[in-house]
Write a protein that binds this ligand. Structure first.
Ligand code: GTP
Ligand code: SPV
Ligand code: MN
Length: 591
């Protein structure tokens, strides 16, 4: 498969340490993948679903203690502690290698070691990066084959070159011995005792964000937790937007948005370039260009339906692996909360227990059929709104960068920053309510700078400085905005309809970028005039509703500024530019 000595040495070392019974190279051919699927079904790892309704689709259930990213057990390992962040877990590299070696010793006895050569980004593009993941999990192999470009073609491009090393074993799936360790200084990722998503599909958060953010800092580009979408105008011109929202805060939904009727009628279309990760560089024309390094979507299943996200639903109808959703034994299909009003009568929940859609636990609470963080792994090519620029190695030029999170109060529907550095400040001070995408409490507000808190591979203060430095390199920087789809009324209901109607906010954002609409200056930035948000055809929303959604309460924002100051105090190396921005915000709020 390859004569790359570093790849061969990596495999030999791993064989000696983990003691697998055999080594199998993933060549990327459909025949081999089909054989893997068959084997996974025989071993009870996958359930083959109804091939008429869901061709090529399978269901997998994880163990119950392994259903989300584990931030508490995710480490950045480096020589010096301050090259990580006080808000991330750190281990000294040498110590981490020693600990991991003990855990990996003999862990693959009797198992197959799979070698997955994969490319993040189009194979052979000068901006793409190559990884080799060694794993004992056939589930990881089949998911990586959807999420990334895998196989011989990647080795051919790699030649004698360098790559990011990834070593994974599900070992004993022990929670106490679960570790996801990153060594940015060595281009290495080591993961053990999990078999779930972001913990084990090492090309995704581990490489494309944690390792890549460090590479970006060193090489002068950016790896960001952002969707990328294109808005096509009736005249055929397309403008691109990248948006960073924390996990389970609406990236996949926004990326695949279908415009409301009034926009569709005029000829507006939205195209998806990516739903989770953007690698961003300065183009020759002085603009920022973004590519999506992934090849598939690892999306949240619950809440996905024909109305909220028909494009995502359509994307999952073939060649998809569902993880931890409910099973319908009557027709051999899958179901999740929010899919439709017809849960299976004769079903099995994500834990593997009989389930009929109407069951309560000992406390009288409804038992869910699907885990709240259940997901689909679906090929990008299935997506009806996939951008024709998806494979473009140079990426798409960004008109706007958007930050956002889940805030029941505080953040208005949308506002624009006043400059690049002010936009970096807005991103750095983002906060959002936690979700089921990571283990731990749900609904707690925490600071999540640029939606990267769990994903920066180095010191957060240095990461902010890198953003400021990048701003100096772009002649025509994108404008930076913040959105919040999640403001609630007194009863806790979302006020803004969201989903497709978010197009109305994107419309304002792009008009601002083109200098076509005015705005109101406030202490936090530029807010729309309420009548400039198009509400034509929206039931139950008036200009007054929009006024409410755009309201900025000074006292709440004074508290917010305190919160930002406290957060900066928890970090090290926060650049002076951002401290100045904070002082400026406080002065304006007190004026
Ligand atoms: P990750 O894949 O974990 O990074 O999540 P994501 O950011 O892609 O979030 P996703 O689009 O999967 O949405 C997560 C949850 O938010 C789902 O339950 C959606 O139904 C809900 N959601 C998404 N967009 C909106 C919106 O505009 N309004 C409201 N109210 N909910 C939304
Ligand atoms: C996220 O949590 O942001 C995800 C899922 O996209 S995972 O791949 O598990 O990180
Ligand atoms: Mn997503």
């Amino acid at each position: 498969m390859t004569s790359n000595k570093k790849v061969l040495a990596f495999i030999e070392e791993t064989k000696a340490l983990c003691d697998p019974k055999e080594v199998v190279w993933v060549d990327g051919s459909e025949e081999q993948l089909e054989a893997f699927r068959k084997q996974a079904v025989e071993e009870g790892i996958l359930i083959k679903l109804n091939q008429e309704k869901l061709p090529g689709c399978y269901l997998h259930r994880t163990t119950q203690n392994d259903v989300a990213r584990v931030e508490g057990r995710t480490y950045i390992c480096s020589k010096n502690k301050d090259d990580s962040s006080p808000i991330n877990n750190w281990m000294e590299s040498g110590e981490a290698y020693d600990m991991l070696k003990k855990l990996f010793k003999g862990c693959m006895k009797g198992r197959t070691l799979y070698v997955i050569p994969y490319s993040m980004g189009a194979v052979g593009s000068k901006f793409s990066k190559i990884g080799i993941e060694l794993t004992d999990s056939i589930y990881v192999v089949l998911n990586m084959a959807i999420m990334t470009r895998v196989g011989q073609k990647v080795l051919d491009v790699l030649g004698d070159g360098d790559f990011v090393k990834g070593l994974h074993s599900y070992a004993e799936l022990s929670e106490e011995k679960r570790y996801i360790c990153h060594f940015p200084e060595d281009d290495t990722i080591i993961s053990i005792n999990s078999n779930y998503g972001g913990n084990v599909l090492l090309g995704k958060k581990c490489f494309a964000l944690r390792i890549a953010s460090y590479l970006g800092k060193t090489e002068g580009w950016m790896a960001e937790h952002m969707l990328i979408l294109g808005v096509e105008y009736p005249n055929g011109e397309t403008k691109y937007i990248a948006a960073a929202f924390p996990s389970a805060c609406g990236k996949t939904n926004l990326a695949m948005l279908i415009p409301p009727e009034i926009y569709k009628k005029k000829g507006y279309k939205v195209w998806c370039v990516g739903d989770d990760i953007a690698w961003i560089r300065v183009g020759e024309d002085g603009r920022l260009y973004a590519v999506n390094p992934e090849n598939g979507f690892f999306g949240v299943a619950p809440g996905t339906n024909e109305k909220s996200n028909p494009n995502a639903l359509h994307t999952t109808q073939k060649g998809t692996i569902f993880t931890n959703v409910a099973y319908n034994a009557d027709n051999n299909t899958v179901w999740w909360e929010g899919l439709d009003k017809n849960p299976p009568k004769n079903g099995i929940d994500w834990k593997g227990n009989p389930w009929n859609g109407d069951m309560k636990d000992a406390d009288g609470k409804p038992i869910k059929g699907a885990h709240p963080n259940s997901r689909f792994t679906a090929p990008a090519v299935n997506c009806p709104c996939l951008s024709k620029e998806f494979e473009n190695p140079n990426g798409v030029p960004l008109s706007a960068i958007v930050f956002g999170g889940r805030r029941a109060k505080t953040a208005p529907l949308v506002y624009q920053s006043t400059s690049w550095n002010n936009g970096v400040f807005v991103g750095s001070s983002m906060a959002s309510e936690t979700t089921a995408a990571a283990t731990g409490a749900v609904g707690v507000v925490r600071r999540d700078p640029m939606a990267m808190r769990p994903f920066v591979g180095y010191n957060m203060g240095d990461y902010f400085t890198h953003w400021i430095e990048m701003g100096k390199k772009v002649k025509n920087p994108p404008k930076i905005f913040n959105v919040n789809w999640f403001r609630t009324d007194d009863e806790g209901h979302f006020i803004w309809p969201g989903f497709g109607d978010n197009m109305r906010v994107l419309d304002w954002i792009l008009k601002r970028c083109a200098g076509e609409v005015d705005a109101v200056e406030t202490p936090i930035g530029y807010v729309p005039k309420a009548e400039d948000i198009n509400i034509e055809g929206l039931e139950g929303i008036t200009v007054d509703t929009i006024k409410g959604l755009l309201e900025i309460d000074k006292d709440t924002w004074k508290e917010e500024a305190e919160g930002i100051e406290k957060f900066y105090g928890e970090l090290t190396r926060v650049p002076q530019e951002l401290k100045d921005q904070l002082a400026n915000l406080k002065a304006k709020l007190n004026a």
